[in-house]
Design a protein around this ligand. Sequence first.
Ligand code: EPZ
Length: 436
Amino acid sequence: MIQAPPLSLAFDQNSVLQITGKARLSGSVKISGAKNSALAIMAGALLCADHCRLTNVPSLLDIERMSQVLTSLGIKITKTGHTLEIETQNLQQYDAPYDLVSQLRASFFIIGPLLTRLGIARIPLPGGCAIGARPVDLHVRGLQSMGADVHIEHGVVHAYVKGKGNRLKGTRIYLDYPSVGATETLMMAATLADGETTLENAAQEPEVIDLANFCRAMGARIKGAGTNTISIDGVKSLHAVEYEIIPDRIEAGTFLVAGAITQSAITLSPVIPEHLTAVIAKLEAMGAKIISTEHQSLSIIPGDLYPIDIETMPYPGFPTDMQAQFMALLSIVPGNSIISETVFENRLHHVAELNRMGANIRLKGNHAFISGVPQLSGAPVMATDLRASAALVLAGLAAEGTTTMQGLHHLDRGYDHLEGKLRSLGANIHRITEFQ
Ligand code: EPZ
């Protein structure tokens, strides 16, 4: 077996991660830019027929895929390190290709900007994934209420703006669920609509605020991002901008759990602590100490851990994107814990893999009943989705012996060089290319 070359963002299907526990970590690690902010902001760049420069963009498969989607529409994109230059003058295509959209749900978010720029959009339904059906009805209904004619035919969403001037109309929209993507799609569509749009029961995630700040930097008039009511006053056009993506709160939370699960003291930065309030609260309730030593940095100090119950909720509740990581952590905390996944209908696949490593977790519907075990043991495991793959890496760090994880393309979608960062903290983790 040979060691794979440094992470290439190709679809790495021939490698495995080999993790040897029990790891003791120390030192500090740099947190990359937020995936879910960068993806939405890349779609938002379509709103202006000019040049956008995004900095602190993470190097991820999903970013590469979103770049491919935008390029297929005629957009010129160059990525140098963590800086993305996006030239959107030449937007001609309104037809996004199925093979790209089907691999990246976030690419559906371009429907709002396309409608405002071209008055027409044809986007394949993103379809479901391992964690659920992932419908887009809230996006579609919101755009229809803004005056777009939207219908679905042969798995493709056909949308166009009726009437002269191709402008969507501002209106009041109540979201049945505070969907992150629907809030972002409709907020973007409203920036260039005719009149004012109010989004009620809107998502409050930090990535929604980051997208709103990006659009405001381009000249959009948006108030209330980060609350459940966002109002957008449509303007005629937006201008070029340079914008820095916020740090990734889910990557930061994943590293906090890495410290907790290996009983290690580690420091991470940059991080915005208020983006992690629920995660920090749960770790402290479990007995961990989290301190903020310097500006935009957090340290975790290990201690005896106690069982807790967790229910995932829309922000500011406990994030569903941290559920799998806490499942791994609680699997070795003495006592009984319960995790309820309320956001996605099918986001508990990692439980079976954790049980193969010796965890004792029982599933009943969307509830996981965890009885902490003294020790996990390394095993061959299969990643099923992005956060499940992170959870299995964390479990491998804590387990006795070696864990070999397949399905690295899931991990590479959302983590920027995770194994390199963990190795720099002292973990024994390597990407190995398996012969065919
Ligand atoms: C975003 O997905 C994130 N992805 C997800 O992160 C995150 O888990 C999710 O928000 C929740 O926080 C990006 O930002 C690219 P939703 P999104 O619309 O927008 C239902 C990760 O691991 N719903 O808030 O797709 C939906 O089925 C990924 O980084 C509808 O019913 O999430 C789900 O049950 C995974 N109709 C719930 O809302 C709709 O039209 C939340 O989905 C839209 C959503």
